[in-house]
Design a protein around this ligand. Structure first.
Ligand code: ADP
Ligand code: ZN
Ligand code: ZN
Length: 726
């Protein structure tokens, strides 16, 4: 801090308020550096903000600025690069800078109180989780659940959050020698060695490690082609140059297994995980260690893209196509796109990896803006891609939702001692409860959606707004008592399967069965250990998990993605089915995938069966170019919700009137959202499409000040730049 001279100084502070401006405050004490966190009065409140600029006079600002109350030095001043990244995001997504900075910071630094970093505590971990699990009987599932977590280091506080008794058990296991303890930064897990790379992998490694400066790569590698192995060996070389690496992954992929794989490869290298499984303090501690340059690897989800990294040397975005990289509320940013901007800003290479790249990245690679690297074979010698078979279900009698061929294949796999996955992306017992007499269906009173029957809990639940009610005993329209569940959900499958597979251990893994912390990891550990024969899983299970014994996958109800109003639905379905199929036969055992479909003639399935994403991506990109859909042009979507649809539509009409028509700018009419009503409000949207992102930004820059000044009572509106759901 610089001692203040005679001049009256002012600070322009970014505050987390919904106004697109900075706020002037007088400096009466020491002058904070730009990027400092300060405490200021705001109306009747005291809130914290970040200094973005220092000035000698505040002439442009109305009134007499109030004084800054305190400089909070629990946070070192944010580096200029981070502030500039936030400025870019604020501008590109048209969101207030103060709110962007607030979103980029760990929660503790958004509050007006001072954060006290806790003294480093010992962490506990198992060098060999499998060995630990062998010590714990299967009739102690809670203990096994905790044990499965110890693949990654846990503090006593984190353990207590897993289970009330977890800390007690861990002390015992530690005494018995099944666990190790160390200061977090000094964790030395059982090291895993580099694998000898195959020719393709070596070539990719050479390309990645040879890159200097801003160099975007699209790593297109089939599932199991050894992308992660290449990341690890690339990271090793970046670390050897004394630099930090940022690795972004979809939330659902950050399992203890993956974190453990990273820690094992780099024992003793300080690593910061940043994801929603951590509490606010842990997040802040990890984030600070990255900012100070201590953590060399940051492994995190979407939000980690903002982490200040003074020695950033490379960015990796795994599963870059994953929709979870796009935040769908508040600051609607794409962490993948922000990561690319950041790599350019920091002049470092960035790798976007996927077996099914987004069409956006595909287009960038085709246009040579990204360099495409390919891994076309499975890395484990002898492992081949699973065979895919379509099972047409039109006019075919199904047995509890399963095709007889699927049943036969399941029996055969189980007889060989292998595991089976039934992929059914629909939790609950059945998605519809219907009256057999008059056709009435149970619907949510707050949403344009049906209620899902959860038979175990004897409840009807809305999966959109969380509303739930007891099961209706009779049809409210005709009084008929015979209400029928229609369609398959995971619970129903779980209930009917034992009839066909007596004595087999069946495990359901979906959001309901894993809602408590640690349950997912425990379930995964059960699958890994081989105690489970049949897994029934939703999307949660599609990604990232590597089950050695799993050879056979049956996909039910795949068709929902075809014939959708969303032009990205097929792209998503291809990615999802590829990932699901990728679960089968990852090692020596050959895999087989059965897809039950009512549309086996659909061209989509022909391309899926061809097992080659490239022709699908080429065709899709061509279609987008013909039909002027993104990435062939740039979209922005205004959304509005209100008690009545009319109000939302009229607000959007007013917004539309603020946008000056231009040639090549497509200004649609406001329309009702596909799902009109959600959580009690009615929703509408207005799409604008421009020829390029530059043109789109110019249009928005010009129109938004006028739009912001509109009086739109009862209406909440938002802007989504590059929307991925329309
Ligand atoms: P991806 O990230 O592309 O899905 P992974 O890196 O997870 O692929 O590799 C898939 C499997 O292949 C893992 O079990 C991994 O240990 C193994 N593997 C990766 N590279 C090699 C290699 N060069 N030789 C042998 N096995 C490998
Ligand atoms: Zn009825
Ligand atoms: Zn609802």
């Amino acid at each position: 801090m610089i001692k203040r001279e005679k001049v009256t100084a002012f600070a322009l502070v970014a505050l987390d308020v919904p106004l697109k401006k900075l706020f002037a405050y007088a400096l009466t004490g020491p002058i904070p550096a730009v990027g400092s966190r300060v405490l200021v009065p705001f109306g009747p409140r005291r809130i914290s903000g970040v200094v973005l600029e220092l000035r000698d006079d505040a002439a442009d600002f109305k009134g007499t600025p109030k004084a800054i109350l305190a400089v909070l030095d629990d946070l070192p001043p944010l580096p200029a690069e981070t502030l500039q990244l936030c400025q870019f995001v604020a501008h590109y997504y048209h969101y207030p800078i103060g709110a962007v900075i607030a979103a980029a910071l760990p929660k503790v630094f958004r509050s007006p109180t001072v954060f006290r970093e806790p003294a480093p505590s010992l962490v506990y971990f198992a060098e060999d989780v499998a060995e630990l699990l062998q010590q714990i009987p299967s009739r102690a599932p809670a203990q096994r659940r905790v044990a499965a977590h110890l693949a990654v280091p846990h503090t006593p506080a984190a353990l207590r959050r897993l289970h009330d008794s977890a800390w007690r058990w861990v002390k015992v296991w530690h005494e018995q020698g099944w666990l190790q303890s160390a200061l977090e930064a000094k964790v030395l897990a059982k090291a895993s060695d580099n694998l000898a790379l195959n020719a393709e992998q070596s070539q990719v490694l050479t390309e990645l490690t040879g890159a200097r400066g801003f160099a975007p790569f699209l790593l297109y590698g089939i599932t199991g082609s050894g992308k992660t192995e290449v990341y690890l060996q690339t990271i090793a070389q970046v670390l050897a140059r004394g630099l930090q690496v940022l690795v972004l992954i979809p939330e659902i992929n950050l399992t203890p297994q993956l974190e453990g794989r990273f820690r094992a490869r780099f024992p003793g290298v300080p690593m910061a995980a940043l994801h929603s499984g951590l509490n606010d303090t842990e997040r802040a501690v990890n984030w600070l260690s990255a900012l100070r340059g201590e953590a060399k690897i940051v492994l995190g989800t979407r939000l980690a893209v903002f982490t200040p990294l003074p020695q950033l040397g490379m960015i990796i975005v795994d599963e870059e196509h994953d929709p979870s990289f796009k935040q769908q509320e508040g600051l609607r940013y794409s962490a993948r796109d922000v990561a690319v901007y950041r790599a350019r800003q920091a002049k470092v290479p960035i790798v976007l990896g996927s077996a099914t790249p987004s069409i956006e990245s595909w287009a960038n690679a085709k246009a040579k803006r990204y360099r495409m690297l390919t891994l076309s074979e499975r890395a484990v010698p002898g492992a081949v891609l699973p065979k895919i078979t379509l099972l047409p279900v039109k006019n075919v009698g199904l047995v509890d939702g399963l095709h007889v061929m699927a049943l036969a294949a399941m029996h055969a796999a189980l007889d060989r001692g292998e595991q089976v996955l039934i992929f059914l992306n629909r939790r609950g017992f059945s998605p519809v409860l219907q009256c057999g007499e008059c056709g009435w269906m149970a619907c949510c009173t707050h949403c344009s959606a049906r209620l899902v029957l959860h038979l175990k809990e004897r409840r009807l639940r809305c999966h959109h707004c969380g509303y739930e009610q007891a099961i209706t005993p009779a049809c409210p329209d005709c009084g008929n008592h015979d209400l029928k569940p229609v369609g398959q959900g995971t619970q129903r499958m779980e209930e009917s399967l034992p009839l066909h597979f007596p004595g087999k251990k069946i495990l359901r893994i979906d959001r309901d069965s894993t809602s408590k912390k640690g349950e997912l990891d425990a379930a995964l550990a059960q699958v890994h250990s081989g105690e489970v024969d049949i897994v029934i899983g939703t999307q949660m299970l599609a990604k990232g998990h590597d089950f050695d014994l799993l050879t056979t996958v049956v996909v039910l109800n795949a068709d929902t993605g075809l014939y959708s109003v969303d032009f990205r639905a097929e792209e998503r379905l291809f990615a999802l089915l590829t990932q699901v199929a990728g679960r089968a036969g990852r090692r020596e055992l050959p895999g087989e995938v059965f897809i039950q479909t009512a549309f086996s003639d659909h061209p989509f399935y022909h391309q899926l069966l061809a097992r080659d994403f490239a022709p699908f991506a080429d065709r899709t990109l061509h279609e987008r170019q013909m039909m002027l859909l993104p990435p062939a042009n740039a979209w922005a979507l205004f959304r509005a919700d209100a008690p009545e649809l009319e109000q939302a539509l009229s607000a959007l009409a007013q917004i539309r009137a603020c946008i000056a028509p231009e040639p090549h700018l497509l200004l649609n009419q406001p329309v009702a959202a596909t799902m009109l009503k959600k959580a009690g409000v009615e929703r509408a949207q207005l799409l604008i499409a421009a020829q390029s992102k530059v043109q789109l930004q110019a249009v928005l820059d010009e129109a938004l000040p006028t739009i912001a000044a509109l009086k739109l009572p009862k209406v909440r509106w938002s802007l989504d730049v590059d929307p991925i759901e329309v």
